[in-house]
Design a protein. Structure first.
Length: 633
């Protein structure tokens, strides 16, 4: 039996040795004294380069791995030998050729000693480190991204979201995990649409992109752009979803401002062109009426007819001024104003207009900044908006006008398309029926009206242009059934602007002259009228119907003053003025126009533009300007 056992043992040991020698893992065997007595080929491949079996056989384990005691592992090896309980760990060994190798080691009892089985897991560890690094980078990008990153379960519950989501919606991840998503960040009016998007996404038939309103924690309604992706397992089953969300509220507001600005610019160009021709005609009518009036002093009946012509012409000029309010080049009379004073002066008139059913409330801040505005236009827009508010309030209501000083920071400046700085905020709040989303989007568009045939649709577009041309901005807040609030921002005066001195009409002032004046205008009738006015006061007058003709005249005639229209074919007035200044620096220049569009001007002299005379003008205004330029007044 003993012989039989010995044979079986030797056979078993041979089988283990054969297995060990052909194994894909490294094997090393130590006797009870921890001297190495066997090592396989794979172990030699894993060991540092240049190691041979003969160099290792008979060596004590501490000679081969002197740091075992320092690491506290030698005692554990003894424990494996004595108890038979295996030990597993990982270790790094240095290879002089290939660098560090990462080994996975298992220590087991072998005979009276121990055996080590180990494998090279360097590639696996490198891959694990790369995956870990990638995950860390991904987590960093996810946490630091300005857009919201949200993970969902299939039942529409939030599993996780990043700091971008916290910033956009205002909730921490712990707050939304315990809430129903629909009740948290979705307005009630989009519940059905959101459920359909989710259903399509989970079903794999759509829902990848949507733009819809959401609710922030502070109560704001924001517009968000959603990019959704279903998450699938290895079998292709949808197990959740992920969303990338961007708050596009400010972007949409800016796009809307740009769209409205472009629309108003186009309308401004159209109305400006009409105003130019109309002002030329008005200038002729009023000019000849003024000449006729001076000749009819002894014929009162005829003089009264002329007065009616002048009155009608002046009304036409005011209408043209309204048209020019659509253009940046309106001839507004800007003055330093305190709108509190204007509002208080308008209070009685507004109360009468609104009638007793509307309660008018003023909440005006003290020490309000001064503004540079056109007084008449400001009063017009207050009346216009008050009447609109009255129409929005059925039965009894309240209209509140509030003023205060505010400071616009960069964020609000970007949203409102304003520079940072100090502004006056005028808010006009009513308790009316409110506005639909469509009405709010089209509110300031020209010719858009909710009053049908009773409205022209120009009122609020004029308000928008007045505010824009004053360097300000306007925004509206409204909900159906909850009224509306218009918030108008006007910039504080940075530098006190000196108004140009006005020359009062005074028959005692001598406006006559003997100088030579060259008049350039492509309107022959206007050219004739202007000539008669100047010749009647003693001036020598030369006429040209184009800038090129004027330059030819200047080559042969001595001229004291150049009187030129701005908009002319081939060459505009500013281009002509630049040439004249260079060639004939002593000639004084005065520009005249019914409308000027800077987009069509090749050269624009700021001083000339500032002193521009707008058509229609009176003979007195023209003659006074000329005497000032010639230094005689």
């Amino acid at each position: 039996e003993k012989k039989h056992l010995e044979v079986n043992l030797r056979a078993s040991e041979q089988k283990f040795k054969d297995f060990m020698m052909s194994a894909n893992e490294g094997f090393v065997l130590y006797d009870e004294n921890f001297n190495l007595y066997e090592i396989n080929t794979k172990a030699l491949e894993i060991f540092p380069t240049g190691t041979t079996k003969n160099k290792l056989l008979g060596k004590h384990i501490l000679n081969l791995s002197p740091n075992l005691k320092e690491l506290g592992r030698y005692d554990k090896y003894l424990g494996v030998r004595d108890t038979g309980v295996p030990l597993s760990y990982e270790n790094v060994v240095a290879d002089p050729v290939f660098g560090n190798k990462h080994l996975a080691i298992k220590v087991f009892k072998s005979g009276n000693g121990v055996g080590l089985m180990f494998s090279d897991v360097t590639k696996r560890k490198k891959l694990e480190n790369e995956i870990f690094s990638s995950e860390q980078h991904l987590k960093l990008y996810r946490d630091q991204a300005p857009m919201a990153a949200i993970e969902w379960s299939t039942d529409f519950q939030i599993i996780d979201w990043n700091k971008g989501a916290e910033k956009i919606f205002g909730y921490t991840v712990d707050e939304v995990k315990v809430r129903d998503f629909i009740e948290t960040i979705l307005p009630e009016n989009v519940f059905i649409e959101a459920k359909k998007i989710w259903s399509d996404l989970i079903s794999g038939i759509g829902g990848e992109f949507s733009i819809n309103e959401n609710l922030a924690k502070d109560g704001r309604t924001i517009l968000c752009e959603w990019h959704n992706t279903p998450i699938k397992d290895e079998l292709g089953n949808i197990i959740g979803a992920a969303s990338i969300v961007q708050d596009i509220t400010e972007r949409k507001q800016q796009e809307e401002q740009i769209r409205r600005s472009q629309k108003m610019d186009a309308l401004g160009t159209l109305t400006g062109g009409i105003a130019h021709d109309y002002n030329n005609m008005l200038g002729i009518v009023l000019g000849y009426a003024e000449l006729l009036s001076s000749s009819l002093e002894e014929q009162p009946n005829l003089a009264s007819y002329v007065e009616q012509i002048q009155y009608a012409g002046e009304r036409g000029a005011k209408l043209t001024s309204k048209l020019l309010s659509f253009s940046k080049n309106t001839s507004s009379e800007l003055k330093e104003l305190n709108i509190n004073v204007l509002l208080q002066n308008e209070m009685l008139m507004l109360e009468k207009t609104l009638t007793a059913r509307i309660s008018l409330v003023f909440n005006l801040a003290e020490d309000l900044y001064s503004l540079m505005l056109d007084k008449n236009e400001f009063e017009d827009i207050i009346l216009n908006m008050s009447i609109n508010a009255m129409h929005a309030m059925e039965g009894y209501g309240k209209l509140t006008l509030k003023t205060r000083n505010i400071q616009i920071d960069k964020r609000d400046g970007d949203r409102l398309n304003l520079q940072q700085g100090d502004y006056v905020l005028l808010s006009i709040t009513d308790t009316g029926s409110g506005m639909t989303k469509e009405t709010k989007e089209n509110l300031f568009d020209p010719f858009y009206s909710t009053k049908g045939d009773k409205g022209t649709g120009l009122g609020l577009s004029q308000v928008y242009n007045f505010v824009k041309n004053s360097g300000g901005a306007i925004e509206v807040y409204s909900e159906m059934g909850k009224g509306s609030q218009f918030r108008i921002y006007f910039p504080k005066i940075i530098e006190m602007k000196q108004n140009e001195k006005q020359i009062e009409k005074n028959n005692e002032i001598d406006l006559a002259g003997t100088e030579t004046v060259l008049i350039i205008d492509d309107e022959l009738v206007f050219l004739t009228l202007c000539s008669k006015i100047l010749e009647g006061k003693g001036y020598k007058v030369l006429c040209a119907e184009s800038a090129k003709q004027a330059l030819k005249i200047l080559e042969v005639e001595a001229v004291d003053l150049l009187l030129s229209d701005v908009i002319m074919p081939e060459m505009d007035g500013y281009t002509l003025a630049a040439i004249v200044k260079k060639k004939f620096p002593n000639i004084k220049i005065q520009m005249i126009s019914g409308f000027t569009d800077p987009h069509h001007l090749k050269v624009k002299d700021k001083n000339l533009h500032k002193n521009l005379i707008f058509k229609p003008y009176s003979a007195q205004e023209l003659l006074s300007k000329i005497r000032v330029l010639l230094g005689q007044l």
